[in-house]
Design a protein around this ligand. Sequence first.
Ligand SMILES: [Zn+2]
Ligand SMILES: [Zn+2]
Ligand SMILES: [Zn+2]
Ligand SMILES: [Zn+2]
Ligand SMILES: [Zn+2]
Length: 167
Amino acid sequence: MKSTPALLAILGALLFTVGCEVHVVRHEGQPPPPPPPPCRTCNGSGATSCATCGTKGVVMVSVNCSACAGAGAVNCGSCKGAGAFACAKCEGSGEAMEVGVGKVLKVKVQCNKCQGHGRLACGACAAKGKIGCSPCGGSGKVAQQAKCHACNGSGRTVCATCKGAKH
Ligand SMILES: [Zn+2]
Ligand SMILES: [Zn+2]
Ligand SMILES: [Zn+2]
Ligand SMILES: [Zn+2]
Ligand SMILES: [Zn+2]
């Protein structure tokens, strides 16, 4: 990197020289043809920012949620989608054998765990058997980034006014 200041000095000298020459030529009455004015739409750049993606080159698209296949809900993992469990106490019969304290008598009574239904509502899914899909928030759709087709991902489109000619 020792040569950098020297290089800069040479470059500076060159630019200075060129600048002087242009100056001299103009004074000799041979002005170069004036350049055409730059395109006002694109400011002479030949391109404008993509209106579709706002120069980002990517757009958000809505796609079916892969977790729930677009349904917005998935089977409850606790009850396997049934919405209820068979009551473990009465094994689904709704009746339980109660043994009275100090008595040998056995009576069939309504199972107090399931109120005789034989099934217990699944608390995880409020007995619906389905729970809202969390990746998509129950909407069945998720936003995904995709390349902007309008600008092919560049974020810029060819200026419509000058067709990229810049003037
Ligand atoms: Zn775009
Ligand atoms: Zn989902
Ligand atoms: Zn459930
Ligand atoms: Zn029961
Ligand atoms: Zn233009």
